[in-house]
Design a protein around this ligand. Structure first.
Ligand SMILES: Nc1nc2c(ncn2[C@@H]2O[C@H](COP(=O)(O)OP(=O)(O)OP(=O)(O)O)[C@@H](O)[C@H]2O)c(=O)[nH]1
Length: 320
């Protein structure tokens, strides 16, 4: 049972799709490994891929995939928080990885409530920024800018993909959106973590507009495929599609079954970059079946399925 003096510290991690939130969560879990850490993972879309990618050095993981966290506040999130309060071994830290489209302001406003503040301390609102893609996303998706404007700490991640001159331009752009946040740069979300103990430069939650609905009409489409893909075809078809549809396809994530390859492969894209890497073996209690989530704007299942069907080694598998 939690006493008033040792409230659970909450680190709220937000950032647009694929910016590096899970990467940062793993950095935090490693840093705080001597403490008791619980994690809330919220993915946009029903299929959870992230939970598998979070390194297992947490004490308990809660998955919330029934919608964007900021939209299911009243029920699922609050019931998890209640569970933590009465937990026989309450954690020191709660790391919340919000979905890539979550409205940070709406989410942070929960922790303004007196009944919540009694047991939880919102230690830091951290927004991860994908240095390579964020400016395009500002123009396309209103949630990307809202996440930046509600941050206390902005981490410009993926510095290896941009040059220093552009980093300065981007930093200035971020300052105009959010002049109050501390801004740091990183590769693989690796930062000097002492900064998390800095006091806030303003009372952030007082400035947050928590009444804005989602307006970007993003879609998350989950597809399953029973036949193995050809690795080379899959790679080249998706690379071309990501190049052509960069302003529509924001994230591909999933596990694939590949022809002539043993094991389970992780496929993911951010921006125009695609990677397919071996992730381990297929668990015995799981069907050997590719499961892929595509998130974007104005995307249609039928066109996506047609695209993936072209990646079979033998066209006879295809239904088109
Ligand atoms: N080049 C480069 N890639 C990075 C860096 N940080 C993370 N990535 C890669 O970017 C991709 C997305 O990283 P994640 O940590 O899964 O991003 P996320 O924000 O959790 O993604 P969603 O939960 O889908 O929104 C992965 O392929 C990472 O390996 C970086 O600093 N540089």
């Amino acid at each position: 049972m939690i006493m008033d003096r040792d409230r659970i510290k909450i680190f709220l991690i937000t950032g647009f799709l694929g910016s590096g939130k899970t990467t940062f969560l793993n950095v935090l879990l490693d840093h705080y490994k001597a403490e008791k850490n619980f994690v809330i993972e919220n993915e946009y879309g029903k299929e959870s891929i992230d939970a598998v990618l979070v390194k297992k050095n947490y004490n308990q993981l809660f998955e919330m995939n029934n919608g964007c966290l900021c939209c299911v506040l009243d029920d699922e999130l609050l019931s998890v928080l209640e569970e933590l309060i009465s937990h026989p071994e309450a954690p020191d830290n709660l790391f919340i990885e919000a979905s890539g489209v979550a409205d940070t302001g709406i989410l942070a406003s929960v922790f303004k409530r007196d009944d919540i503040q009694k047991f939880f301390e919102l230690k830091k609102i951290i927004t991860i920024v994908d240095a390579e893609n964020i400016e395009d996303r500002f123009n396309e998706v209103v949630e990307a800018e809202r996440q930046v404007s509600a941050a206390e700490l902005l981490i410009i991640n993926k510095m290896d993909l941009i040059n220093l001159r552009y980093a300065d331009i981007l930093t200035n752009r971020l300052k105009t959106i959010n002049p109050f946040a501390t801004i740091v740069t990183a590769t693989q979300a690796s930062i000097e973590l002492g900064i998390l103990n800095d006091p806030p430069s303003r009372n952030f939650t007082d400035h947050i507009n928590s009444d804005l609905p989602h307006t970007s009409h993003l879609k998350s489409i989950l597809m399953t495929f029973d036949y193995p893909f050809d690795m080379q075809k899959l790679y080249s078809i998706l690379t071309v599609s990501l190049f052509l549809h960069y302003h529509q396809i924001y994230r591909i994530k999933g596990f694939v079954n590949l022809d002539k390859e043993d094991g389970k492969f992780l496929i993911q894209s951010t921006g125009k970059k695609l990677s397919i890497t071996k992730e381990g073996e297929w668990p015995e209690d799981e069907p050997v079946q590719s499961k892929i989530v595509v998130i974007g704007k104005n995307i249609e299942r039928i066109s996506l399925e047609r695209m993936f069907n072209k990646a079979y080694p033998n066209k006879s598998y295809s239904t088109y």
